[in-house]
Design a protein around this ligand. Structure first.
Ligand code: ADP
Length: 269
């Protein structure tokens, strides 16, 4: 079953200056997607359209094969959730516990089960010892972890992470990837969309969408990135280290087959 279908979507903030232009792509349930593109290519605008913060006028969006009514709040109607780059914009409650619980209240979870669920999601992001803290007294990375736990607790079908790890240190970024893996195991139908500038994160998803001037410049399976690396780089994007390394070596007379495994590249040398 398709989780998300975007068909001929166009959007502009101001007359005659299109930001999203005739964009089409689709994802199956359980698939993950990384959206990349230079600054200003329309990534955040697309994320905001998908969660219903910006009403679209032209094109179609289907979620779980149902056409979305742009006048409705997509996020609550279609179980879509988003974590933004700046966690300060997404706190509602005065303690970490209440903040994570907020989404659960909206879904009418029984109060007796609430605390255990809050602890479950707080543990997933390593924040179980901060439940009575006020969110404003946390570091940027800790705030982002709480925001992620709050979104996980919403039990959404589609979660969009809009540069959500940019505040996290390398350890936090690694933990975040592990959290995503365990989430996917727990809920194989969950569709995850990650917008990122981290070149090494690109191939962690099943699919890659390159946005360029609001258009789908490339929409490929991430395992095919090797085949499309020239095009990928032509949109001003840096390739993950292993791809760049193999490319550079081959340009210098070696004949190395691309491989995810760094050790294997060394063995071929
Ligand atoms: P990205 O996330 O890829 O950096 P954005 O979606 O933030 O790109 O922005 C795409 C374009 O839309 C940019 O040219 C930006 O200046 C413009 N833009 C973003 N938000 C607004 C707004 N609220 N009003 C007018 N133009 C905007």
């Amino acid at each position: 079953m398709k989780a998300l279908e975007v068909e001929h979507l166009s959007f502009n903030y101001e007359e005659n200056s299109p930001i999203i232009r005739d964009l089409s792509f689709a994802l199956n349930q359980g698939e993950s997607l990384t959206i990349v593109g230079k600054n200003g290519s329309g990534k955040s605008t697309l994320a905001k359209i998908l969660v219903g913060l910006l009403p679209f006028k032209s094109g179609k969006i289907k979620i779980n094969e149902q056409e979305v009514d742009p006048k409705k709040d997509l996020a609550s109607t279609y179980h879509l959730a988003i974590v933004f780059q700046n966690p300060d914009n997404q706190f509602i409650a005065s303690s970490v516990e209440d903040d994570i619980a907020f989404g659960l209240e909206n879904y009418c979870v029984e109060p007796s089960k609430m605390h255990d669920l809050v602890i479950k999601y707080a543990k997933m992001v390593g924040m179980e010892n901060y439940l009575d803290r006020a969110p404003e007294n946390l570091s940027g990375g800790q705030k982002q972890r709480v925001a992620i736990a709050g979104v996980l607790a919403l039990n959404a079908n589609i979660i969009i992470f809009d540069e959500a790890t940019s505040m996290l240190d390398p350890e936090g970024k690694k933990d975040f990837q592990q959290t995503l893996q365990s989430l996917k195991k727990e809920n194989p139908h969950l569709t995850i969309i990650t917008i990122t500038h981290e070149k090494e994160e690109v191939t962690l998803s099943d699919k890659i969408l390159v946005l360029h001037e609001g258009q789908a410049a490339l929409f490929i399976a991430s395992q095919d990135l090797d085949k499309y690396k020239k095009e990928y780089a032509s949109f001003g994007l840096e390739l993950p280290f292993n791809y760049a390394l193999v490319e550079e070596l081959n340009q210098n007379g070696f004949q190395i087959n691309y491989c995810d495994d760094y050790e294997e590249i060394i063995r071929q040398l």
